[in-house]
Write a protein that binds this ligand. Structure first.
Ligand SMILES: NC(=O)c1ccc[n+]([C@@H]2O[C@H](COP(=O)([O-])OP(=O)(O)OC[C@H]3O[C@@H](n4cnc5c(N)ncnc54)[C@H](OP(=O)(O)O)[C@@H]3O)[C@@H](O)[C@H]2O)c1
Length: 333
């Protein structure tokens, strides 16, 4: 299968290239970008031993040379390219937020922008494999979840059977600087990030929109308070939630939800972020005290929270082995 990656110079695009270059059934046909077009991939991503040049992101060329195209573009930049590729019969995996929400009202509410292709919003398949299953073979526009959204949804979904309307879960999240992409900004500048720790977007992170949509589909009625924090690390997401349900019941609900899901590992006690960085695995841990339970979750934002999950979706869409081409073992330290 000939694959194109648009946004290959970015963090997500670069990870996609790394995974797809070693994927036994994929041929990385074209890497494309905007300002980086014309530059050797090796100059931008020296860790990749690939002699490819970033090409202009031209829909006509991409659709002609590729069987499927992955878009790893900033918020709001995927919609036009996805439309043009689909018009030319080329299926699209979008790693951005442009097609995760179903209605233009939701897009306006959570991203403050107009959604140009309303029909594509309702057509897109939002795929978080452990909760939705993989995209059906007929899907031609696959919306891959956000990084915090992946962690939050995996942490909250099993609670659907335990919590009622009016119940509230508090969740404390930490993310590394790569979650904000490759462009330097005050929030991700090394000097400021490495010596600081702060909350951001308290109670209003944009990923709550897609999480609410997904959990609503699953019948969840409880409320969520989510406060994310910027941590002095490059990669990884760590979440801690507390619920007023005894640990045995919580653990049983998670075991029922994730039985047979190869990327999810349940354990007693806290989880280590270092154990999942560089992998597509998700660690979930439990600690109980009386009627209260703390639930911990760790994942790599660029892999299970992004590019790895997109390749997992590709595998399931094509009927290939789910974990093909995905890193599951991490480095330590
Ligand atoms: N970072 C994460 O942890 C994460 C996780 C899940 C999802 N996502 C989503 O994935 C998407 C990409 O994120 P990222 O972190 O990889 O961002 P990024 O590092 O900023 O990369 C985005 C890339 O898009 C390219 N680009 C921008 N405008 C373009 C255009 N008009 N045409 C072609 N290429 C263009 C840029 O390449 P040029 O230099 O060539 O212009 C840039 O390298 C975002 O929507 C993000 O929300 C990110």
């Amino acid at each position: 299968m000939r694959i194109g990656v648009v946004g290959a110079s970015g963090f997500m695009g670069g990870e996609l290239v790394r995974l797809l270059a070693d994927h036994p059934r994929a041929k990385l046909e074209m890497v494309a970008g905007g300002e980086s077009a014309g530059k050797p991939l090796r100059d931008l991503r020296p860790g990749l031993d690939l002699d490819m040049t970033i090409e202009p992101a031209d829909a006509e060329t991409l659709a002609r040379r590729c069987d499927v195209v992955f878009l790893a573009l900033p918020h709001g930049k995927s919609a036009d390219m996805a439309y043009e590729l689909l018009e030319r019969g080329c299926p699209v995996f979008d790693l951005g937020s442009d097609f995760r929400l179903r209605t233009s009202e939701q897009v306006k509410q959570w991203y403050g922008r107009e959604a140009p292709y309303e029909g594509l919003l309702s057509e897109a398949t939002y795929a978080l494999p452990e909760l939705t299953g993989g995209p059906p073979p007929t899907a031609r526009l696959i919306a891959c979840p956000g990084c915090f959204a992946t962690g939050l949804a995996l942490l909250l979904a099993p609670l659907t059977s335990l919590l009622q309307r009016g119940d509230r879960v508090s969740c404390f999240g930490i993310t590394g600087s790569s979650g904000s992409g490759i462009q330097p900004a005050p929030g991700v500048h090394h000097s400021l990030r490495m010596t600081n720790f702060t909350a951001y977007k308290p109670l209003g992170h944009q990923h709550l929109g897609e999480v609410g949509q997904l959990l609503g589909d699953m019948g969840a009625e409880f409320d969520v308070d989510f406060v994310p924090h910027s941590a002095p690390i490059a990669r990884g997401i760590h979440l801690t939630a507390t619920v007023g349900v005894p640990v045995d019941q919580v653990r049983a609900a998670f075991e029922a939800s994730y039985q047979g899901k190869p990327l999810i590992r349940l354990q007693d006690g806290p989880v280590s972020l270092g154990a999942v960085v560089g992998t597509c695995r998700v660690l979930i841990g439990f600690a109980g005290q009386g009627s209260q339970t703390a639930i911990f979750l760790a994942l790599d934002n660029l892999l299970k929270g992004g590019s790895g999950q997109a390749v997992q979706n590709l595998n399931l869409w094509r009927g290939w082995p789910e974990l093909e081409g995905l890193p599951v073992h991490g480095m330590w330290p």
